[in-house]
Design a protein around this ligand. Structure first.
Ligand code: FES
Ligand SMILES: [Fe+2]
Length: 456
């Protein structure tokens, strides 16, 4: 199942999916998680602690940070943070929380400044997050500026410039990026991100649970019925989702004219009957001729789902990322960033975005209608197809395992464990005592052993 492509080799072509084994009997499928997991406030809060505050989450691409001080702000599951290019040329992430009284330090979605001044009482930080100015605190005994830097968030930037963050501040810390997404780095070398530049972003606000969207995202079983227009872009019967290490590769053979020269090509490099793109690989002339017939471009994509809620989808004219941001059990924001091939004509850019949005709106409508029924309490769980929906089986399994593991830890600890919590790193003795008091008040009368699950 692993990609045969080794890393950082020139002229790589995207790999084909593993072949089916026709002799293999289809094992019985699994059922979906129960619908209560799509509607419960308590499960939603637990998912935030158990999944989102422990996972590597995609944010943006490094090419958007041109100079020192360029920053972009985000809110993921209620956590406000920003990425900034430091004077040393690194990209760092910080909680957007002033160390004085917690006002947001950055108040725009994006901007550029090498001095970040808090607009509440005027504290200032540099691009490294270090507190450089705290008006009238110079004479305050015992106040140490160096202990009041912005809280930094772990980042990982892939060779391709894809920037991830991880909020896990627990003692053991998060799983290392390359173990978490084992093999991902190599597969991403199958596409030349350096040949693309940022084009535009947009977002959708949906009345559905984040998993309602991911369920549809992780299979194309619904494509023939729900996306009839996609049949002009790729051969739906070839669509395959292959689970890997907390990510899934999506494969499909694109539609192009039947060209004997391409079809009969036996050069392994020309396995691009699957993928007519790749680094430094010129498309055969006839493929170019077919380009206008398929708005998705002239090659099959490098499409990757990243657990829990991100996608990186690379086509020939453009690639785009999706961030699925849970807001509430029944509300989710979808954010798309599109990067187009350098030099691409404006009408081709627009054509690509139109193609994308048509499919997205179809999915969006499926999700809203599905969620309404999930909310009704008459349905609980349904049967998943073992191959056509194996991406759903896979990601829901990871959700289930992470939630169950975390819940077990919380039961042992006797209260919620939030891995993203940074405030307790160096509390004063009094603050620590008052935290304990608050916990006691919160838990009064409840015994985690006897109350129902998720009752915190
Ligand atoms: S909250 Fe930022 S300076 Fe007071
Ligand atoms: Fe869809």
């Amino acid at each position: 199942m692993a990609s045969a492509v080794s890393s950082i080799k020139p002229a790589v072509v995207p790999s084909a999916p593993p072949a089916d084994n026709p002799a293999e009997a289809l094992l019985p499928g699994e059922h979906t998680l129960p619908s209560s997991w799509w509607t419960s406030d308590k499960v939603f809060e637990l998912e935030k602690r158990a999944i989102f505050n422990k996972s590597w989450l995609y944010t943006s691409h490094a090419s958007r940070f041109k100079k020192a001080g360029d920053y972009y702000a985000f809110t993921f599951t209620g956590i406000n943070f920003f990425l900034i290019k430091t004077k040393a040329g690194e990209i760092k992430a910080f909680h957007n929380v002033c160390r004085h009284r917690a006002y947001p330090v950055v108040r725009k979605e994006k901007g550029s400044s090498t001095i970040l001044g808090c607009k509440y009482h005027g504290w200032s930080y540099n691009t490294e997050g270090t507190l450089t100015k705290a008006p009238h605190f110079d004479q305050v005994q015992g106040f140490e500026k160096e202990k009041n830097s912005l809280y930094e968030i772990r980042t990982h930037i892939t060779d391709q410039g894809l920037i991830f963050v991880n909020f896990d501040q627990s003692e053991e810390g998060p799983t290392n990026f390359d173990s978490w997404f084992e093999g991902l780095q190599d597969e991403m070398h199958e596409y030349d991100f350096s040949d693309y530049e940022y084009y535009m972003s947009y977002e959708l606000d949906g009345k559905f649970n984040w998993k309602t969207l991911m369920d549809g995202y992780q299979e194309c079983y619904h494509c023939p019925t729900a996306h009839p227009g996609l049949s002009t872009a790729f051969k739906m019967e070839t669509y395959k989702v292959v689970p890997k290490s907390r990510y899934c590769r999506h494969y499909a053979q694109i539609v192009k004219e039947e060209i004997p020269e391409v079809e009969s090509n036996t050069d392994p490099d020309e396995e691009s009957s699957w993928f007519g793109f790749g680094k430094k690989k010129a498309a055969p002339k006839k493929e170019v001729e077919t380009k206008k017939k398929n708005p998705g471009g002239d090659f099959n994509g490098l499409w990757v789902y990243l657990f829990p809620t991100n996608g990186i989808n690379c086509y020939s004219p453009a690639w785009y990322s999706i961030r699925v941001l849970p807001i509430a059990p029944g509300r989710t924001i979808l954010q798309y960033d599109i990067y187009t091939k350098k030099g691409l004509e404006d009408d081709q850019k627009k054509e690509f975005v139109d193609f994308l949005q048509t499919v997205e709106i179809e999915d969006y409508n499926l999700c809203e209608a599905t969620q309404k029924n999930l909310n009704q309490g008459v349905y609980s769980t349904g049967y998943l197809h073992p191959t056509k929906e194996q991406g759903v089986v896979y990601y829901q399994g990871v959700v289930r395992d992470m939630v169950k593991d975390h819940w077990a830890q919380e039961k042992l600890a006797g209260g919620p464990i939030n891995p993203a919590y940074v405030g307790g790193k160096a509390p004063s003795d009094e603050a620590a005592e008052l935290e304990v008091l608050c916990k006691e008040v919160e838990c009064q009368g409840s015994n985690p052993e006897t109350t129902s699950p998720f009752d915190w």
